[in-house]
Design a protein around this ligand. Structure first.
Ligand code: BG6
Length: 491
């Protein structure tokens, strides 16, 4: 089925039996098919090391769909239609022989070969080169790659060079799944379609900005990977930097991919590094110890399965930075993200400045400012905290604060909010890059992160402990209170 606007593609999915594919990718592709957003001729080729025949592969994908797609969103007909699109080839990624079968399967029909690399980044270069050598690719082929791209600036350059030796930048889709989230996209509409906000979005009107991305999960069997990365590389270098860019960027001249990405790069270039004395005052790293999560006792990071008990890797980081440009000079951006927090919450809070001429009760002056709260997950929505007169004859002109609230689920009840991967895969099929990260964005983000890590290493600064189920080390609260502010709390 086709909506007439999504072109047909041949998807070659490397890592077809991996965790991401089984948890997210088939579900997202299935939804696109079910909603009529996938061209009827689109086909999906699974590629993995395991010896599966096509029936066993389809059965595995069916299991994944049946356990993840709610019953009222699937029928035998929709499942079968999707599963019929699938093919499977067993492949050793480092041996060129198998790649010729990909070429045969694709047969150089007119549908672009769309290679999805859901495998570790160290394999990207080799796979791309094998695809090229065996004649699988043509000028229309695309590649989709997952984070993390590298471990630091240098390793990310090596990986990007290897991909770039085969694919032109205009054919590379680097995923940051936060850019596919509904509310993250809404930031563009909110900022650039509403003059009300557009005109206020600068240092004259905004006092500070908070970004919180909190997770309840711990390490979930990924200790080996996570311990090499830590929360700064795993979450800040990509997801939080992208959110910061969406909040701080100047209006792009249009919605073209490069217009948007040019503006994001300017923000990353202007981001003040944390170094020198700021390492003591502007950043806090933490590591969780045993505590309670979701009403259950949970182990500390160093007691998780596979843990190296001396690890100093951070599972939490909070910091203060500034975008040193005309629009934002003097406006602190406070960011924090951690594992094993009390709830899963991704939220941006824009704090507007107080009225300069204030005429109400002097003792209420502290509350007399507006906040815009943008909730990315869960319960996607936007709330504007406004001040009104408190009701009641005895209240005089006392003020109270209350939200003007847009809850996406309530406002658009019949609309299912699509998972980020659905939107991203749809954009890949359409050949649109604006939700994907350009090479220079990744490299400027790494530059900033590398400076911070070098500072931590030079000072040999261990992470501070925090109990699982808390909002991080106490010093992350002190970091903001020393500026006379607090993290927004209205969970
Ligand atoms: C991934 C990180 O990129 O994002 C994980 O590697 C993290 O550690 C996940 O848990 C969070 O994504 P979401 O969409 O659940 O907020």
């Amino acid at each position: 089925m086709s909506d007439g606007t999504t072109p047909a593609v041949d998807v070659a999915l490397f890592g077809a039996l991996g965790d991401l594919a089984l948890r997210k990718l088939y579900v997202a592709l299935y939804h696109l098919d079910r909603e009529g957003l996938m061209h009827e001729e689109t086909r999906i080729l699974g590629l993995a090391r395991q010896e599966y025949d096509i029936d066993a592969f389809r059965a595995r994908v069916r299991d994944a769909l049946e356990s993840r797609v709610p019953g009222d969103e699937r029928t035998e007909e929709t499942l079968t239609r999707f599963l019929d699109r699938l093919a499977y080839i067993q492949l050793e990624f480092d041996a060129t022989e198998g790649y010729r079968q990909i070429s045969q399967w694709h047969g150089h029909n007119s549908h672009p070969l769309t290679v999805y690399l859901s495998v570790p980044a160290r394999l990207y270069g080799e796979i791309c080169s094998n695809l090229s050598q065996t004649g699988c690719l043509d000028s229309e082929s695309r590649v989709v790659v997952e984070k993390p791209i590298g471990y630091d600036l240098e390793s990310s350059r090596e990986i990007n060079d290897a991909i770039g030796a085969v694919f032109d930048e205009s054919r590379i889709y680097r995923i940051d799944h936060y850019l596919g989230k509904e509310t993250v996209q809404n930031l563009l509409a909110l900022r650039f379609a509403n003059p009300l906000f557009g005109n206020q979005w600068n240092q004259n009107q905004i006092s500070h900005v908070e970004i919180t991305v909190a997770e309840t999960v711990g390490i979930e069997g990924r200790w080996g990977y996570f311990d090499q990365a830590g929360q700064l590389r795993d979450m800040v270098q990509n997801h939080l930097m992208q959110l910061l860019c969406m909040i701080a960027m100047d209006p792009p001249s249009n919605l073209d991919a490069d217009s948007i990405r040019d503006e994001k790069v300017k923000v990353l270039k202007a981001l003040r590094p944390i170094e020198g004395e700021r390492l003591n005052t502007d950043v806090v790293r933490g590591q969780y110890v045993a505590g309670t999560s979701g009403g259950k006792q949970v182990p500390g990071y160093l007691e998780e399965e596979g843990a190296n008990t001396d690890s100093r890797t951070e599972t939490f980081v909070a910091f203060k930075t500034e975008v040193s440009n005309w629009r934002w000079a003097g406006v602190p951006f406070y960011l924090r993200t951690g594992k094993r927090m009390p709830e899963k919450l991704s939220q941006i809070v824009i704090h507007f400045r107080q009225q300069s001429h204030y005429i109400f009760d002097p003792d209420q002056r502290g509350m007399a400012s507006n906040k815009l709260i943008i909730r990315l997950q869960p319960d996607e929505g936007i709330a504007l905290q406004v001040l009104t007169k408190d009701s009641g004859l005895d209240k005089g002109m006392r003020l109270r604060t209350g939200p003007l609230h847009l809850d996406f689920h309530q406002a658009f009840p019949s609309t299912r909010i699509p998972d980020a991967y659905e939107r991203l895969l749809l954009e890949v099929m359409k050949g649109q890059q604006y939700l994907f990260v350009r090479r220079d964005e990744i490299e400027y983000a790494w530059r900033w992160v590398d400076t911070l890590i070098a500072g931590w290493e030079a000072r040999d600064m261990p992470p501070k402990r925090y109990p699982a189920g808390s909002w991080g080390p106490v010093s992350s609260i002190a970091m903001i209170t020393q500026d006379g502010r607090s993290w927004y709390e209205d969970y």
